[in-house]
Design a protein around this ligand. Structure first.
Ligand SMILES: Cc1cc2nc3c(=O)[nH]c(=O)nc-3n(C[C@H](O)[C@H](O)[C@H](O)COP(=O)(O)OP(=O)(O)OC[C@H]3O[C@@H](n4cnc5c(N)ncnc54)[C@H](O)[C@@H]3O)c2cc1C
Length: 436
């Protein structure tokens, strides 16, 4: 009897353990295929920065790379091999590469289909334009730690190149952009006794990190922050990281000129003339730490510069019981309208200039149609915002002007990438097609 029961249990294990394993993996694969095809349909097929390239001949499907990715479902196992399923969400941590036991992963820029333009920079961070330097994600290396290290190192090289000829009524260095690279560069400039100005286009500093969702867990690696010292955490919340930068910059009296978008840089005699929305500045050297995400595209309408207008959505809960307008027809606009519509007491209008959404994910299309039918998001196609006022906006819809009650406006109409700005300055780029 005992023997029969033992055989029976063993037989069950032999059948069920592989079955459970297969079931679990086929479920994961199904989800991976679904996510990948959604990204294909919406055209989000290209990684924006450094990303993994997987050699299928070396991949033995351990799944270690999938688990190691700190950003979640970016890699998946499809047909027995690892594959990038959400390419545009990859930010180049490289954790997948270290986790792969068979060295099947290399980190590359661009893909065979679409090249990515990376500025050509020497080991001193100087570009082909003498006196103009690049650090941080703009140079191709994503991640906060890399940006901070490069911002610091670039200024060390710049300080050496100034060779004691500092001051003289103009700043030694103009730092453009106050993300992690620009903050580290400003701290290092202060440490090295340089006169400097840091110009940032946004109302707040922090760059891409400031635009992370509320309480996002930031993954990082130990790094050396100038005038602060070693930062050893591997994880920190976005708000804590920004607070740390606020403390270090204020304790060291670091001046950041906010709401100052740099529009052009020209060499005049021995100095650079930097034209920005807050004025013209003269500097001996320029360090570009402007990242790769560009500048949010503006509507150019009356009232757009007021504080009620924003170009990202960080904290939907703060907009409870408000009248809100979202402008745009892509996934970002639709997702923002949905998140705002979910908040208690909101009235959400989604205005789009075309007569239908074109390149949005199927899931978003379904959700926004349901929300529109349920009347918690009002979609107005063929409409354009005319002007923004303190308690209302004027919307032109089918050639008629309409006044709509409004407390906040969210604009999601894409952005201008920095490439044009760089080529106007004369910086040479190299197009990378899936190579390092
Ligand atoms: C969703 C997401 C999650 C991420 N998570 C992580 C993570 O967990 N860990 C990690 O290490 N990295 C993460 N990253 C990557 C990281 O945020 C970037 O690599 C890093 O912020 C790059 O720093 P940077 O200073 O080079 O550029 P940015 O942070 O992009 O800063 C550039 C700054 O320049 C300003 N600027 C641009 N143009 C101009 C102009 N013409 N004039 C004036 N100012 C200008 C911008 O407004 C911005 O403030 C993430 C990225 C994204 C998108």
């Amino acid at each position: 009897m005992f023997e029969t029961v033992t055989y029976f249990i063993a037989a069950l294990c032999i059948i069920f353990i592989p079955y459970i394993y297969w079931k679990k993996h086929s479920g994961k694969e199904k989800k991976a295929v679904q996510l990948y095809s959604e990204n294909l349909k919406t055209g989000y097929t290209e990684p924006v920065t450094l990303h993994p390239k997987i050699d299928p001949n070396q991949c033995i499907m351990t799944g270690a790379c999938v688990k190691a990715c700190p950003e979640g479902e970016i890699l998946g196992i499809v047909k027995g091999k690892a594959q990038i399923i959400q390419p545009s969400r990859c930010i180049g941590h490289g954790a997948c590469q270290s986790a792969c036991p068979t060295d099947a992963i290399s980190l590359v820029f661009g893909t065979k289909k679409r090249g990515i333009d990376i500025p050509m920079v020497k080991e001193t961070f100087e570009t082909n334009v003498p006196g103009i330097y690049i650090a941080g994600e703009l140079g191709g290396m994503g991640l906060i730690r890399n940006a901070i290290t490069q911002g610091k190192e670039a200024v060390e090289y710049i300080a050496k190149s100034l060779n004691g000829t500092r001051g003289n009524g103009t700043v030694d260095l103009a730092i453009i952009g106050a993300g992690p690279a620009g903050i580290a560069a400003s701290l290092q400039a202060k440490k090295d006794g340089l006169s400097y100005i840091t110009l940032e286009q946004e109302k707040d500093f922090g760059g891409t990190v400031a635009a992370f969702p509320r309480q996002k867990l930031v993954m990082t690696q130990p790094m050396d922050i100038p005038l602060y010292g070693k930062f050893k955490n591997r994880e920190i919340q976005k708000e804590e990281l920004i607070e740390l930068w606020k403390q270090v910059t204020s304790q060291n009296d670091i001046q950041l000129t906010l709401q100052s978008k740099v529009e052009s840089i020209k060499k005049e005699d021995e100095l650079f003339s930097i034209t920005s929305t807050s004025g013209v500045y003269k500097a001996k050297k320029v360090l570009l730490t402007i990242g790769r995400r560009g500048t949010p595209r503006k509507l150019g309408v009356q009232g757009e510069k007021t504080n009620k207008v924003t170009y990202n959505l960080l904290d939907p809960e703060q907009y409870k019981n408000k009248h809100l307008l979202v402008v745009g027809g892509g996934d970002s606009a639709v997702e923002a309208a949905l998140r705002l519509g979910e908040q208690e007491g909101t009235t959400v209008t989604l205005s789009y200039r075309k007569d239908t959404f074109s390149r949005i994910k199927d899931k978003n299309r379904e959700k926004i149609e349901t929300a529109h039918q349920a009347r918690w998001v009002n979609i107005i196609f063929n409409s354009q915002i005319e002007s923004i006022h303190s308690d209302h906006i004027i919307l032109n819809h089918d050639s008629k002007s309409e006044q709509i009650k409004n407390n906040y406006v969210f604009i999601f109409i894409g952005g201008e990438l920095p490439n044009k700005f760089l080529s106007q300055i004369g910086i040479e780029m190299e197009t990378k097609f899936g190579v390092r």
